[in-house]
Design a protein around this ligand. Structure first.
Ligand code: FAD
Ligand code: SIN
Length: 533
């Protein structure tokens, strides 16, 4: 009989910056499992371009980084969390370098030998540390190598977590984590994993939208699983759209980094005129919500399929040395960015809301943590500032590692888990239901719950979600689970949380803009949208 049951001290679901950061911060006497849906490197972290924000320049200050973050967050940032994260910027960069991440230095561009800092929207100083324009690849590769070398860490690639398992504590309303059920997608069997500590590091939910900069794994699994297990979820209406993804049928919303605008790239209409100065005095370097909405407005006003991002006024040497990966990829799509303006459109990029946690990454369930994009810590408010995300992953990886260590000293072993029972289900002969519903969901989320919303469109979307939920529950009760089905179920859960949160916020703030309530309403809505299961 194959072994279908495993026991660890800590299970980490997700192998991006957050999950790997946590695994490497925990002591080596702990037995750790790391799971990822596809290969270990396939997540948003690998594709990060611009960089990681940290105060390193003498003319910059922690208070300036904090103030910029709070301003981008449109009144909803939790200031104590902003202070905590910003204060750990330099230590996080040092930690990455100790773990062999190689960042670009000034001497690549000038004669000075210190880290080169670029700029992005919302930042009033140069404070973005980067590895050319492939920062995520440098981080993911270096941390993965470190994790592979650790004998106390077992890696489970192509393992898709289905659901968390919790135990209710007698005579209290406390719920404790005991582990999770996992689909081994290669062998097509369900295994159970037991541990007193489980961490969700599953990334965001941007795949709920038809167009997204995110890789396929970003299906909101951690948020949906935590919600089903009884955790509160907050601020899901604040889905961030990145303003500049390449408009090309084969490019699959390939991101053109905000650092291009940081290095003086301009947004243009088809006639070559700039439009951002009409929307914000920071022009191309206004926060993302403002730039994405301005582009959407101009595209709708003029009936054009894209706007243009132009950096051809810089020398070819400058552009090729600052953006080597972008230059090569754009050439593959037929654009020479040293000469041509690039056609760009907004696409879903980042989930500002998520599973509610405290400053240690702890959720409402004892022993269950959430870190990285899947978590809601209060850092981003109503709009995340560029390059604050990987920093947040690293800071909360460290915070939660310390909390997990002290929790494990007093924790009893996790309760046992019933084996997965699929004796009542059969193989599906209706996989079309999954692919059809997947496509339908992403299309109506794009059309009805996108950059500009109305109550009527949100209600239409909610109505469709109700129908999808019925079909999914029916399917779940009848058929063996598949990875596609599990992702669809999570996407529908995440979409419903987005819609419900958006319907509750009867104002426009940050990334949530509705034509029915176009003004900011500080009196009634300067607060988080907290949903309880
Ligand atoms: P991810 O890196 O997305 O990893 C998620 C992991 O969870 C994956 O291993 C996945 O397989 C696993 N997983 C998910 N569900 C399950 C499940 N059910 N079972 C098992 N495993 C599961 N941020 C910045 O700060 N700076 C940037 O320059 C930047 N550029 C970006 C560019 C792009 C194109 C994108 C898409 C994002 C960018 N971001 C950037 C955002 C940032 O990259 C992400 O927010 C961050 O990397 C998320 O890290 P994470 O560890 O939380 O999740
Ligand atoms: C980018 O390089 O534009 C992405 C940066 C981010 O999302 O933080």
């Amino acid at each position: 009989m194959p072994n279908n049951s495993f026991t660890y001290d800590v299970i980490i679901i997700g192998s991006g910056a957050a999950g790997l950061g946590l695994a490497l911060s925990l002591p080596s006497h702990l037995q750790i499992a790391i799971l990822s849906k596809l290969s270990m490197s396939e997540g948003s972290t690998y594709y990060a371009q611009g960089g990681i924000s940290a105060v390193l320049d003498e003319i910059d200050s922690l208070s300036s980084h904090q103030a910029d973050t709070v301003k981008s967050g449109a009144g909803l940032c939790h200031e104590e969390i902003v202070e905590l994260v910003v204060s750990k910027g330099k230590a996080s960069i040092d930690w990455l370098m100790e773990n062999n991440v190689q960042f670009s230095t000034d001497n690549k561009f000038t004669s000075k030998n210190k880290l080169h800092l670029t700029k992005e929207g919302g930042h009033s100083h140069r404070r973005v540390v980067h590895a050319d324009d492939s920062t995520g690849r440098a981080v993911q590769t270096a941390l993965s190598d470190q994790v592979v070398a650790r004998s106390n860490i077992e890696i489970f690639e192509h393992h898709n977590v289905i659901d968390l398992v919790t135990t209710e504590q007698k005579n209290t309303d406390e719920s404790r984590i005991s582990g999770c059920y996992v689909l081994d997608a290669k062998k097509d069997v369900v295994i159970s994993m037991k541990a007193p500590c489980v961490t969700l590091a599953t990334g965001g939910a941007s795949k709920v939208y038809l167009y997204t900069s995110n890789p396929d794994v970003s299906t909101g699994d951690g948020i949906a699983m935590a919600w089903r297990a009884g955790c509160r979820v907050a601020n899901m209406e604040f889905m961030q759209f990145h303003p500049t993804c390449l408009f090309h049928p084969q490019a699959k919303s390939f991101l053109i980094s905000e650092a291009v605008r940081g290095e003086s790239g301009l947004l243009l209409l088809p006639d070559g005129s700039r439009f951002m100065p009409n929307f914000d005095k920071r022009a191309e370097l206004a926060p993302r919500d403002i730039v994405a909405r301005a582009i959407d407005h101009e595209m709708k006003r003029l009936g054009i399929p894209s706007v243009y991002l132009d950096i051809s006024h810089r020398t070819a040497k400058f552009t090729k040395s600052h953006f080597p990966m972008l230059y090569e990829r754009c050439l593959e799509f037929g654009f020479d960015m040293t000469k041509d303006p690039l056609p760009v459109v907004p696409a879903a990029h980042y989930t500002c809301g998520g599973v509610m946690t405290d400053k240690n990454g702890l959720t409402d369930i004892t022993g269950l943590y959430a870190i990285g994009e899947t978590a809601f810590t209060g850092l981003h408010g109503a709009n995340r500032m560029a390059s604050n995300s990987i920093l947040e992953c690293l800071v909360f990886a460290k915070q939660s590692s310390e909390h997990i260590c002290s929790f494990l000293k007093s924790a009893t072993t996790a309760s046992s888990i019933e084996p997965w029972d699929d004796s009542q289900v059969i193989n599906s002969d209706e996989a079309i239901v999954v692919s059809h519903n997947w496509a339908e969901l992403r299309q109506f989320m794009w059309d009805y719950v996108g950059i500009v919303r109305t109550t009527k469109r949100l209600e239409r979307a909610k109505h469709r979600i109700t129908l999808l939920n019925q079909e999914i529950n029916e399917y779940y009760g009848k058929f063996h689970v598949t990875s596609d089905f599990l992702e669809l179920r999570n996407l529908v859960n995440a979409a419903e949380l987005i819609i419900d949160s958006a319907l509750l916020r009867k104002e426009s703030r940050g990334l949530h803009y509705t034509l029915d309530y176009p003004e900011l309403d500080d009196i009634n809505f300067k607060k988080d949208t907290v949903l309880k299961p």
